[in-house]
Design a protein around this ligand. Structure first.
Ligand SMILES: Nc1ncnc2c1ncn2[C@@H]1O[C@H](COP(=O)(O)OP(=O)(O)OP(=O)(O)O)[C@@H](O)[C@H]1O
Length: 235
């Protein structure tokens, strides 16, 4: 875990993600990435030089048979307030609109609920669990499907809701998150979304993996280019 803590701390410091007296709403999907982020931030709040508080928010997408009790119990164990917010996102996206490419509408609706819940709980920040592999995949998604050089930012202020979105896991690789979640025995719930594994993001994941045969460090090289040329971070 020490490795993950140090990578998260470096990302937080490089992009000034945390300030004194922040109240951070951690978006918890119940997947490995956001649960590891929740564990990391809840641990860090005890020794980090800037004092901050953490609450966990899960937007219930409306998929049948999801049991969030283990997440609630995990939050109790690490002393974090847990909020489960019901929604009709599944019905809207799949049953009513029958979206062929459901991901962007789904993510927009989810983000809206997450940010407004965070605001109503007095949080000034929302933390999302995007990791280094997500960064590189998003870059290629934007390039191949939108024809632009783009990636989400590590830290973004949202005018409308007046909360700042932070992504403290961007320096951590998915592989390391998978190992950490296993080691910590986090109560990971498998994503029941019917689109899971069939998305353009999944295609990009496979594409990035395939690049390894041409150059073993492609992922790191692309990530460093994004850091310098899109996020403007100096070496
Ligand atoms: N239902 C949800 N409720 C609250 N936050 C969510 C929810 N779904 C996603 N998020 C937040 O948005 C981030 C990015 O969402 P995405 O669907 O890409 O997650 P993921 O790659 O499946 O990660 P995870 O392993 O945490 O599920 C998550 O890491 C999490 O912080």
């Amino acid at each position: 875990m020490q490795y993950i803590f140090s990578r998260v701390r470096k990302a937080i410091e490089d992009f000034n993600m945390i300030e004194d007296r922040d109240k951070i709403a951690v978006g918890v999907s119940a997947g490995k990435d956001s649960l590891t982020m929740l564990y990391t931030l809840s641990f860090m709040r005890r020794f980090y030089p800037k004092k901050f508080d953490v609450v966990a928010i899960t937007v219930d997408m409306g998929f049948e048979g999801m049991d969030f009790l283990p997440i609630k119990e995990f939050c109790d164990k690490i002393d974090v307030e847990f909020h489960l917010v019901p929604s009709q996102i599944k019905q809207i996206v799949f049953d009513i609109r029958k979206e062929e490419n459901p991901c962007s509408l789904c993510a927009n609706l989810r983000r809206g609920i997450l940010n407004s819940t965070a605001k109503s709980l007095g949080c000034n920040k929302v933390a999302l669990g995007h990791h280094l592999d997500d960064v590189v995949e998003t870059f290629f998604l934007s390039l191949f499907y939108e024809g632009r050089i783009y990636c989400f930012s590590p830290k973004t202020y949202l005018d409308r809701t007046q909360v700042t979105v932070i992504r403290p896991m961007i320096y951590v690789k998915e592989h390391d998150l998978r190992s950490a979640a296993k080691k910590l025995e986090l109560p990971v719930i498998t994503n029941p979304c019917p689109a899971n594994g069939k998305t353009n993001r999944q295609k990009m994941k496979e594409f990035v993996k395939s690049l390894k045969q041409f150059h073993p460090a492609t992922k790191d090289l692309v990530f460093n280019a994004i850091k310098r040329n899109i996020w403007g971070l100096k070496d």
